[in-house]
Structures are given as C-alpha cells and as structure tokens.
Write a protein that binds this ligand. Structure first.
Ligand SMILES: *Cc1c(COP(=O)(O)O)cnc(C)c1O
Length: 399
C-alpha cells in the first residue's frame, strides 16, 4: 500500500486543509514556507535530535511488562516509555520542534493555548530553554481547575492569560490565541499542541512526534526480532498516536489501534470519541475532520476522566486513516481506563497518565484473547503523577 499525505493543500483525503480567517492566512503561509525549508535541512534535524537526546532524555525505552502480561494470560505487552521524557509525556517532542522552527524564523515570542495545562507546561518549558517570551492562553474556568499546572507555567517564566469570554474553557482560549497571533505575527510564533489545527500544523506535529514510532521499530526489532502484532495509542487530538502509527503505516502486518475517550459510554452524551460515536465532518480550529456537533453544527460538550483526551474533534490524519481502513478506532470508557491504571501501578510499579490508561485498557481487554507468542505495543504517552488527585477523588479518598 502506498501512503502519502497530506496533499499540497494540507488535505488528508477529505480531512484537514486550512479553514481560517483571511487575516490569519499570511501567518500560516509563513510557517508553511519556513517548515518546508526546515524539513529539507539536515541541520534542523540535527539540532532537533540533539535536544531530544540531551534535554528530553531520548531514546525512551520499550519495556516488556512481563508481570502484567502474565497476569492477563495472553499476548506479551510492551510499553513505549514516553512517560520517562523530561516533563513526563510525549508533548515536549513537539514543542522542542516548534521552538526550533520559531527560532529559525527569528521569533522571540511564543504563544500557546491549553485546556488541561499539559501543553502549556511543555511550551513554557521550551520557551525557558530557548530564551523566548511565553504567553499561554487558558480559559478562566480551566485556570481554576488546573491550578498546579498554572503554577508550573509561572515557575517556568510564562505569562498565563485568563480568557473569561464564552464557555471560559479551551475553545475560547484558542480563539483568543489566534486573535493575538494575527495582531503580533511579526514577532510571535503560535505553538499548537496536537496533530490538529490548520495546515501545516498536523503534518509538522506528526513529523516531530514520529520519533516515537521510529525508535519503537528499531527497539522492537532488537528486543524480539520482529515488529509487534498490534500497536495501540490513545487519541485526543492525536499527536502521540500518529507519532507511533506513521512509521508503521506501510507495515501491513502490524495492526494499528487508536483508542478514543469513551467517557461514560459512546451511547451517552458524556464522551470525547468522535470517530467511535460516528460524528459527522465539521470544521473547528482551522481544519475539517470528524467533529462532535449537534444538528445545527454547534460543537457538543465532551466528557472524559482524562483532561488530555477531552476534545470534541480529532486530528485530520486520523480521520483519513479511519476512512481508508488502515487504523481501527475504538473507545475505552472511564471505568476501563481506571482499571488499567490500577493494574499498571500494581503489576509493574508504573503510574500511567489517565490518557495513556485508555490505550492500556485496550491491551487489558484484548491481550487475554491473544496468543502468548504475540506482542502488543502500547504507547505509554505520559506519567500519572499529574492525575493522582483525580484518581483519589474518584476513589473517594481525601489527600
Ligand atoms: C495531551 C496528552 C494526550 C493527548 O494528546 P494527543 O495529541 O492525542 O497525543 C495523551 N497523553 C498524554 C500523557 C497527554 O499529556
């Protein structure tokens, strides 16, 4: 199978593109031109690899979860340990790449928007690392809910801008960040946190996160002499998943599974699983893909136990990979994710992020039905230290 995407207009099949206000087009065009040049410049990638090695701590290992595998009694479960990265998740792979591009474009100032705060922290981190001014837009309600991450960003020297308009959450923070970008495009770079947004962001974020799958392919070959039977990742906007999947797309023997946030069930209104719930195409945040919306095209509210998966859309390349049948998309509910969270803590001594626990939940459900000689590679996108208050509350424990 030959796979090539996006096309020159930034479309992955019927998904993606640029659906942005006219005032934003020159800024996006400038990022596209700069990224095109960087992508073909070996020195850009050398600088990227240097930072991934010495600052992020890559390569992250693959780890055989032997006790968990034995407990489940089926396929061998392997974990790609993105939780061991500096800042505790995969997001920093992308913010390092975009900060290097910003530097190359001569920008001294970066902006970002964040909901749960994880991307805000990853952006504030690289802004400090590269000596750039950093402004993070955040809904006023999210600022209340995510106080520890807000404090982290401030410790790292970022200015956190409270957005009190609209629903006072991520959507409004995004609008505000876009407005700010239009006003300050001469000295400002907009760092997007997932494989979504207008072109060229989905392609660029994928290219930066591909280090996950490229490393995993080498590591699995060294570890078991072949590739895993299944590679599985959780899907919010889709950056950790596309980073793992993309290098495997041509490997027809590797089954690829993306796990959306099933919340209280995809048959209820409380989930964040656009593909699994059969959501139609829609436009949000500058691109077209499957989008949870009502009959009038208004974006629906979402629910997930994990803040990082709580997004009504999905990155355009995932929409396309679903359409062509190369990746299977399914959902794990809150309860299944929490059960997988407990199992990894107790059998492996690893506290996973609640987001990553959704990918683990797939392995917990399916490994027992597989053969002991088969291998499932789970992308452990992040560590769960950030989630312990949420988990304690759900267990009715007061910290
Ligand atoms: C943000 C986040 C996610 C979801 O984002 P994607 O772009 O879908 O990868 C998943 N896991 C962790 C640990 C995160 O912080």
């Amino acid at each position: 199978m030959h796979y090539s995407a996006p096309d020159p207009l930034g479309f992955f099949g019927q998904h993606g593109g640029t659906f942005a206000a006219e005032t934003l087009i020159p800024a996006l065009e400038a990022v596209s031109v700069a990224y095109r040049a960087a992508k073909n410049d070996p020195e850009f990638w050398a600088a990227f690899r240097r930072d991934l090695a010495h600052y992020v701590g890559r390569p992250s290992p693959v780890y055989h979860a032997a006790r968990l595998s034995a407990h489940l009694g089926g396929a061998q479960i392997w974990l790609k340990r993105e939780d061991l990265n500096h800042t505790g998740a995969h997001k920093v792979n992308n913010t390092i790449g975009q900060a290097l591009l910003a530097q190359r474009m001569g920008k001294k100032r970066v902006i970002a928007e964040t909901g749960a705060g994880q991307h805000g922290v990853a952006t504030a981190t690289v802004a400090a690392r590269f000596g750039m001014e950093c402004h993070v837009y955040m809904g006023a309600d999210d600022i209340q809910r995510q106080a520890p991450n807000v404090f982290r960003m401030k410790l790292l020297g970022a200015n956190v801008v409270s957005v009190a308009s609209g629903s006072r959450t991520l959507k409004d923070a995004m609008n505000e960040a876009m407005r700010e970008w239009v006003a300050r495009v001469d000295d400002t770079f907009y760092i997007i946190g997932t494989a979504a947004g207008p072109a060229p962001y989905p392609e660029m974020v994928r290219d930066f996160q591909c280090v996950i799958g490229n490393e995993a392919k080498e590591q699995m070959l060294a570890a078991i002499g072949r590739q895993p039977d299944v590679a599985v990742a959780c899907v919010g906007g889709g950056s950790n998943a596309i980073g793992l999947f993309y290098p495997y797309i041509q490997e027809q023997n590797v089954r690829l599974v993306g796990v959306e946030a099933g919340g209280r069930g995809t048959h209820t209104a409380d989930h964040a699983a656009p593909i699994s719930s059969g959501a139609p195409l829609g436009v949000l945040h500058g691109f077209r893909s499957y989008l949870m919306q009502d009959a009038h095209g208004q974006v629906l509210g979402t629910h997930s136990v994990s803040a990082g998966l709580d997004y009504p859309g999905i990155g355009p390349e995932h929409g396309h990979l679903h359409d062509i049948g190369r990746v299977e998309y399914t959902a794990a509910n809150d309860d299944a994710a929490l059960e997988a969270f407990d199992l990894l803590c107790q059998y492996e001594g690893i506290i996973p992020a609640l987001e990553s626990s959704h990918a683990l939940a797939w392995a917990v459900a399916h490994a027992p039905k597989m053969d002991k000689n088969q291998a499932v590679l789970v992308n452990l996108s992040g560590r769960g230290d950030k989630d312990i208050n949420t988990v304690a509350k759900l267990k009715g424990i007061e910290l």
